[in-house]
Design a protein around this ligand. Structure first.
Ligand code: KIV
Length: 257
């Protein structure tokens, strides 16, 4: 099982980190058996699994429920769990209580939270100080959808400088890695070269130290596929066909056991 310290070694040794999201026991077991290094119980489960419009309604109880199921399916991968919207932004104490619950109740090894502004950096420093490994997340941060939309970030010089500075500050605060979501590839490469902790990209080009995808996107299970997410198979089509075949068998009384 890679530890957060070993993930730092991946970067030092030029080894790419393979990360994917999981939301239940079955998916987690498949990803783990396939050799994925890091499994993220991302708050994207709000949309892909629970049918919410965006990630904002997801509660801490809901993500803990799913993270426990994921943990039961994983023997090797490092498990990181997202802190849901408003489970960490209001104060450092709230963040400690939420992250503490995740580690205590799910058995996951780390938490992820969005944002790189000074208040968030201070919260991360405190979480790390008390022994909670933290993954940062900058660029497109879906919990800020009402401010940012789902547009690519880092398109102006000011925004590029801000993102680079945030990455440096997150490393200084003790984050063990940073997700870079939907930013220009050259900016993601510059950030990855500037800091010594691994960057994990999604829609950020190939210059990162690893990649993550929402597994439902990779499997072709989502209706609203982001432009940067590649579907490696169309499970919607395959499942629909299987259900129709089954349905036809039932209706024609063919033996389907
Ligand atoms: O919630 C999630 O799945 C994520 C990934 C997109 C990185 O944060």
């Amino acid at each position: 099982m890679p530890t957060v310290r070993q993930l730092l070694q991946y970067k030092a040794n030029g080894k790419q980190i393979v990360a994917l999201t999981a939301w239940d026991f079955a998916i987690a077991q498949i990803l783990d058996t396939a050799g994925v290094d890091l499994i993220l119980v991302g708050d994207s489960l709000a949309m892909v699994t629970l049918g919410y419009e965006n990630t904002l309604p997801l509660t801490l109880d809901e993500i803990i429920h799913h993270a426990k199921a994921v943990k039961r399916g994983v023997k090797n991968a490092l498990i990181v769990v997202d802190l849901p919207f408003l489970s960490y932004q209001t104060s450092t104490e709230v963040a400690i209580a939420s992250a503490g619950r995740i580690l205590k109740e799910t058995g996951a090894q780390a938490v992820k939270l969005e944002g790189g502004h000074p208040t968030m950096v201070a919260t991360i420093a405190r979480l790390v100080e008390i022994g909670i490994p933290v993954m940062g997340h900058i660029g497109l941060t879906p919990q800020s959808v009402h401010q940012l939309g789902y547009r690519q970030q880092g398109q102006t010089e000011i925004d590029r400088d801000r993102l680079l500075a945030s990455a440096v500050e997150l490393e200084r605060a003790g984050a063990f890695s940073i997700v870079l979501e939907h930013i220009p590839a050259d900016l993601a490469t510059s950030i990855s070269q500037k800091i010594s902790i691994p960057t994990i990209g999604i829609g950020a080009g190939t210059g990162c130290d690893g990649q993550v995808l929402v597994t439902a996107d990779l499997l072709g299970l989502t209706l609203r596929q982001p432009p940067f997410a590649k579907a490696y198979v169309n499970l919607q089509k395959i499942i629909t066909q299987a259900v129709q075949d089954y349905s036809n068998d039932v209706k024609s009384a063919t033996d389907n056991r």
